[in-house]
Write a protein that binds this ligand. Structure first.
Ligand SMILES: [Zn+2]
Length: 317
């Protein structure tokens, strides 16, 4: 049986696992990411975490077919250069060749959201589907497009970024420098900003009490919790958030016609309270939905494991 090392590098954590050919995690290990370290030192830490996971599994590097890693950044698949990772202060670093110094097997690197999508599509929420799109609703909006069980990257290092497709002409400013991106409306950050603004305007809203009167303590769960208790201000904030989410996703569905759209990230924990209204709105606003329906809209299932599994499975796909 073939084995792969899957590494999920985040701004705060390095997670590594030994993954079977079928996509199950045999052993895993995680360490803190010290973003202040030099590039070569941090790659050495990544390698240490991977070898720890390997030792827990009882296997050795000679049992490993390839190493796959996901990073929160853009990778040029032709050169192995990592173009830019803001949270690690990496710019144009030779990531694949540096990793290759530690592993005597082929090394592959991909965007982390694309890896998570591959993990969910092959062994998680969308197992059994050939084509799926995953959207991660967190600080930003991450995305991964899976076509015929492989990551679709387009033709250059920036890959496919659903979060930075345009939702509103000249709309809200986005972290990327553009205006009106989907991410500026559908991220958890956007929901929190809207909830703060609405709570400030409406002092009687339950959301004020739920953040202890300190609007800086607002999080993405509070508007949902208040809405579940019938708070009108929160219902309006959540309703508008789901409207924006549906508008952005309807374009993605019309472009790619995936069999499933997987929703991940912290907000996906709202489950059917989010997905039920989202399906209804998508049905209303998506091209030809009355004739052909809409894809399955499902919550991600693997949590943090998706990144490790997908990172490893990119070596197979
Ligand atoms: Zn943007």
């Amino acid at each position: 049986m073939k084995h792969y090392i899957g590494i999920d590098l985040g701004g705060t954590n390095i997670a590594a696992g030994i993954v079977s050919e079928a996509g199950s995690i045999i052993s895993a290990c995680s360490d803190r990411t010290d973003a202040a370290k030099q590039f070569e030192q941090l790659v050495s830490d990544i390698s240490d975490t991977a070898y720890k996971a390997l030792s827990i599994s009882g296997l050795t590097i000679s049992d490993v077919t390839a190493v796959g890693m996901g990073t929160p950044s853009c990778i040029d698949p032709k050169t192995g250069l990592l173009v830019n990772a803001n949270n690690l202060n990496w710019r144009n670093v030779p990531l694949v060749s540096e990793l290759q110094k530690h592993f005597p097997v082929p090394v592959f690197v991909q965007n982390d959201a694309a890896c998570a999508a591959l993990g969910e599509a092959l062994t998680g929420a969308a197992a059994g589907y050939e084509n799926a799109v995953m959207i991660t609703l967190g600080t930003g909006v991450g995305s991964g497009i899976i076509m015929h069980r492989r990551i679709y990257n387009g033709c250059d290092s920036m890959g496919a970024e659903v979060g930075h497709t345009k939702l509103v002409h000249n709309g809200r400013p986005c972290t990327c420098g553009q205006m009106g991106c989907f991410e500026a409306y559908a991220s958890a950050t956007a929901l929190i900003a809207q909830a703060r603004e609405a709570a400030q305007k409406e002092p009687s809203s339950l959301m004020n009490g739920m953040c202890g009167g300190e609007l800086m303590k607002m999080n993405a769960k509070i508007p949902f919790d208040a809405a579940k208790q019938g708070d009108n201000t929160a219902l309006e904030v959540v309703g508008q958030y789901i409207d924006y989410l549906a508008s952005g996703l309807s374009s993605v569905i019309t472009l790619f016609r995936p069999q499933a759209v997987i929703i991940g990230g912290g907000i996906s924990a709202e489950g059917e309270y989010l997905l039920g209204p989202l399906r209804k709105k998508l049905y209303r606003c998506t091209f030809a939905a009355e004739q052909i329906g809409i894809p399955d809209i499902i919550a991600a299932k693997l949590g943090n494991d998706a990144g490790i599994v997908g990172a490893a499975m990119q070596c197979v796909a």
